[in-house]
Design a protein around this ligand. Structure first.
Ligand code: HEM
Length: 203
């Protein structure tokens, strides 16, 4: 891929990733965050996290569909880091606007509300992945260990979806699409590995 095309694509991805934040800032400045700004911010940051996490998880299986899609890898780290960025904004919205920085209230919430427990688990799982996303960390850990550690992203995504289901009212099916997409991505990995093994066997 040409350098200029890559640069243009990178600019587009940055703009798309910053879009939810831009919308929130625009809404905050113009007093247009709706009747419940806390809920609006929580919804926007939570959804951005889940979407970016899912897209970053889709990169590897989509790349494997054709050798011409190899360049997609250049965007995986960026998307993963933006997912962590929105997850952290989402967490801070909870700490500041829901819990009012009350450590006891937060501890009680983590212990008693299972959707908070699952959300915290997802964020804690993403933390070491974001911390080891630099080239230096990849060199230091070695490719194999780094890859093994970064498989935690699947567990984080499952915790995030469970968190989503547990916080919607009974009968509400909004997390269903995300659950199906994530299910397909989780299945794609073993299916593609099996297919690869079968091809090697046939050669
Ligand atoms: C990777 C991590 C996470 C993801 C992907 C995520 C995603 C989401 C999503 C999609 C929603 C639904 C928004 C809606 O429909 O209104 C939500 C709601 C919520 N999340 Fe998270 N979340 C994560 C972590 C956390 C953490 C760490 C906390 C707090 C400790 C948290 C606290 C909340 C709260 C308080 C709500 C709103 C519940 C309500 O409306 O009563 N989340 N989250």
């Amino acid at each position: 891929m040409k350098r200029t095309t890559l640069l243009a694509l990178k600019t587009l991805v940055w703009l798309a990733c910053l879009w939810p934040l831009g919308l929130l800032l625009w809404g905050a400045i113009n007093n247009k965050l709706g009747a419940d700004p806390t809920a609006t911010i929580t919804f926007a940051t939570g959804l951005a996290t889940l979407r970016l996490l899912t897209i970053s998880l889709a990169i590897t299986p989509v790349r494997r569909l054709s050798p011409r899609l190899g360049w997609l890898i250049k965007f995986r780290r960026l998307l993963g880091l933006f997912a962590f960025f929105y997850a952290t904004l989402h967490l801070f919205t909870y700490i500041a606007l829901y819990a009012g920085f009350d450590v006891n209230a937060m501890a009680a919430d983590i212990a008693k509300r299972r959707y908070i427990t699952a959300g915290v688990a997802a964020w804690l799982l993403l933390l070491p992945l974001a911390a080891t996303s630099t080239n230096w960390a990849i060199r230091k850990l070695g490719g194999k260990r780094w890859n093994r550690l970064h498989r935690l992203v699947y567990v984080a995504a499952v915790c995030a979806v469970i968190h989503y289901w547990w916080q919607v009212k009974p009968g509400v099916l909004t997390p269903l699409t995300m659950t199906i997409v994530l299910g397909i991505l989780l299945l794609a990995r073993p299916v593609q590995a099996w297919n690869q093994r079968r091809k090697v066997h046939l050669v």
